[in-house]
Ligand binder design. Structure first.
Ligand code: MN
Length: 205
């Protein structure tokens, strides 16, 4: 039967495969506990909405929709995030090694930022300066065709509507506390080794 509810996607690699940058323990908890909690949270709200509709009951729409946005945002971002990563020892053409392929993606990054190094610097600073929990994202503004860095607070704040998410990176403490304790900067640095640039390029279309 077709379900209208969300489910936790499988990872496109094994739990150990992102080591030494993300440990098996860290990745397992992040995927099976944290991501799973957003899937469960979003589904619970849809069930609550369905029940209230059936019973003709009133809901606090403001609180319900705020919570829904948080959980759905968390689920969508994590689903994109897993695809954005690849084992560092895969060949570059298979998305590994953290090497950006030549082509349209490299061209628009060079055109907008002046080069990969400047992009990495801005993205790193966006990641490092998130207030509280959040994400750094590379997006595409489809009106201007410009790549734009987005700093997402929590899972759903500061988002630009309808910008295409090319690459998202989770900087919630739950993404790195086992491996890096309070050293977020080390986690950001590690990330560049496991970016799946092929996937980013694919999303650009
Ligand atoms: Mn997370």
């Amino acid at each position: 039967m077709l379900t209208k509810l969300y489910s936790l996607p499988e990872l496109p690699y094994g739990y150990k495969d992102l080591e030494p940058y993300i440990s098996e323990e860290q990745l397992t908890i992040h995927h099976q506990k944290h991501h799973a909690a957003y899937v469960k949270g979003a589904n619970a709200i849809f069930e609550k909405l369905e029940k209230a509709r059936k019973d003709g009951a009133d809901l606090d729409m403001k609180a319900t929709l705020k919570e829904l946005s948080f959980h759905v945002g968390g689920h969508i971002l994590h689903s994109l995030f897993w695809q954005n990563l690849a084992p560092a020892d895969l060949p570059a053409q298979a998305g590994g090694g953290g090497k950006m392929p030549n082509g349209k993606l490299a061209d628009i990054i060079t055109e907008e930022f002046g080069g990969l190094e400047r992009f990495k610097q801005e993205f790193t600073q966006a990641a490092a300066s998130i207030e509280g929990s959040g994400w750094a994202a590379l997006t595409l503004d489809k009106q201007t065709n410009r790549p734009v860095i987005m700093q997402v607070e929590k899972h759903n704040l500061n988002m630009y509507p309808n910008f295409k998410l090319l690459m998202v990176f989770d900087f919630w403490e739950h993404a790195y506390y086992i491996d890096y304790k309070n050293e977020k900067a080390k986690f950001i640095e590690a990330f560049w080794n496991i970016v799946n640039w092929e996937e980013v390029a694919k999303r650009l279309g």
